[in-house]
Write a new protein. Sequence first.
Length: 339
Amino acid sequence: MREKLEQIKTLALEEIVKAQSMQELEQVRIKYLGKKGELTAVLRGMGGLSQEERPIVGQIANEVREAIENSLGSAVEGVKAIEKNARLAVETIDVTMPGKSQEIGHRHPLNVVLDEIKGIFMGMGFKIAEGPEVETVFYNFDALNAPQNHPSRDLSDTFYISEDILLRTQTSPVQVRTMERSKPPIRVISPGRCFRRDTPDATHSPMFHQIEGLVVDKNITMADLKGTLDLFAKQFFGVGTKTKFRPHYFPFTEPSAEVDVSCFKCQGAGCRVCKGSGWIEILGAGMVHPNVLKVCGIDPEVYSGFAFGMGLDRIAMLKHEIDDIRLFFENDMRFIKQF
Ligand code: DAH
């Protein structure tokens, strides 16, 4: 039994010296001193010893236990140091390594153009109005006097979420929302996203942007509409810009017009940008239809108004001679940084 104890001591101390981590030390402790450990097993077997042998072997066993415990105790420091060094090695920071450079962002060209347009209208006393992109059929069509059989109501033209909820196809519903919640005088523009079921190509995107304009007050006439848009065109495209109103049809305006500006590139001589005509169509406009005023609780006998709607993407494309609308939405920094 004595030899057995000596052997346990020798082996245990050897293993303690070899241990590289706290975990390994703990394993050694359990192996020899634990409830099912080797030393414990020897102590249990002492019942079979004679009266004389028992105290002697008991003493040796105690000494072996103490030796192992002491050795474990003093090994802890060393092992902790080893572990710490290993951690430090892994976590070393090389302060001389070059850093990762952060690419600075750039304002999106649509935002650059939008801010310019906002600035022009705010200079004329317009405020910014906002409306939801997920709209009701009521605001997008019914309240805007759209006939029940108007083609834009069709499933093939509009993204419907349910029978009476859709993704707005135009920013015009903001006209209705604005008139509902405020009294004339009203002077707002409302930029935002619109959605139509178009297959993407160079000039179509199922998501695009419009800027709506609305003015309602007493004695607002077509002259106010023409003056406002003419001033806008001159400020945005250049002082020499002329505007031309062509009769058109929109359900929510009467009379309605499409507005062209003289080509800012060739001053009307005819070029690639204006496709040789000297004129570029930039928006739809008209006098707010009495039915629309009525739906919003505004008396058409007392008040009148004008409205207009332009495509932001189209105007930005014209201004910067960008020939594919999809470039706006690909988020390629090489494109975005040019403007
Ligand atoms: N909402 C029309 C469209 O998407 C554009 C428009 C035309 C807006 C005439 C207006 C307007 O406010 O008066 O085609």
